[in-house]
Design a protein around this ligand. Structure first.
Ligand code: NDP
Length: 271
């Protein structure tokens, strides 16, 4: 049995399932958050650059679920990292969300100034503004450098990860450092049909393709943050803890030949 939460290297628990809200706009974002909380989600993933922290905050307040039962993540955008304005970015995210503490704050991309920004996150954690601190899109060399320079290991690395991008090298580096892995675009942005094996496993298990790919990630101890603003899909994507893929099904997904990155490459990104 897979527990609903995973323990981070700082001792805090993170729900293995969260709602992603990139590209969810205005009222849509607030409604998606409130609906997700009503159907069992206890983790929301936003970012300053998504421009919807205020709506996410409204969604949190519109819900009956108490704040202390919800895990809220945001991210410091690259311009703030480069400008050495991480402390200001944290204050802004807290204000927009209307909360007093973030459960997790990430550096969004490994841009120039990341190690200084990391020190600012360490300070914010000491000050109680954030509970856990982590990174996103960090390659093994970025992780090694960050830990070597600051001595503080991130709790989590949020990376693009799905059946078309297995990220074995990053997962290994995270394991070596004791860093939890969280998958972005875990649903391949909805493009399952391009890999028929996923449909075959869905038919064999009586589950949907989305549930199959999310479960495949969960069985590797990877946290998933599928995005949806569609109520029925939000519900569907949460039904992950009452079935299991067998070793053969996992191996078939591992063996999908199609290799495709859906987002920018952290080795060459320029924004
Ligand atoms: P996902 O892989 O989560 O796919 C989302 C898309 O799939 C949407 O178009 C959604 O449509 C559709 N969808 C959702 N559920 C289903 C379903 N059950 N069946 C069919 N289609 C479905 O993509 P994202 O890129 O949004 O990644 C998830 C989250 O990861 C983001 O929202 C964000 O929080 C985070 N992220 C982080 C990044 C980073 O750099 N750290 C980069 C990119 C994303 P609809 O909403 O219309 O239902």
């Amino acid at each position: 049995m897979l527990a609903n939460t995973l323990t981070l290297n700082d001792g805090h628990e993170i729900p293995r399932l969260g709602l992603g809200v990139w590209q969810a706009r205005d009222d849509e974002a607030a409604k998606a958050v409130t609906h997700a909380l009503s159907c069992g989600y206890r983790h929301i993933d936003t970012a300053a650059i998504y421009g919807n922290e205020a709506e996410v905050g409204r969604g949190l307040r519109d819900s009956d679920v108490p704040r202390d039962q919800i895990f809220v993540t945001s991210k410091v955008w690259n311009d703030r990292i480069r400008a050495g304005e991480t402390a200001e970015a944290i204050d802004e995210s807290l204000k927009l969300l209307g909360i007093e503490q973030l459960d997790l704050m990430l550096l969004h991309w490994p841009t120039e100034g990341r190690n200084i920004a990391w020190q600012a996150l360490i300070e914010a954690r000491k000050a109680g503004l954030v509970r856990s601190i982590g990174v996103s899109n960090f390659l093994p060399e970025h992780l090694d450098e960050l830990v070597g320079e600051t001595g503080v290991v991130p709790a989590l690395n949020q990376i693009e990860h799905h059946p078309w991008l297995n990220q074995a090298d990053i997962k290994l580096a995270c394991k070596r450092h004791g860093i939890a892995v969280e998958a972005w675009s875990p649903l391949m942005q909805g493009r399952f049909a391009e890999s028929p094996v996923i449909g075959e496993i869905a038919a064999a298990t009586g589950r949907t393709e989305a549930q199959v790919v999310l479960r495949w990630a969960l069985q590797q101890d990877i946290i998933v943050i599928p995005k949806s603003v569609t109520p029925s899909r939000i519900e569907e994507n949460a039904q992950l803890f009452d079935f299991e893929l067998d070793a053969q099904q996992v191996a078939s997904i591992d063996a999908i030949g199609h290799e495709e990155r859906l987002g920018p490459d952290p080795a060459t990104f320029d924004f």
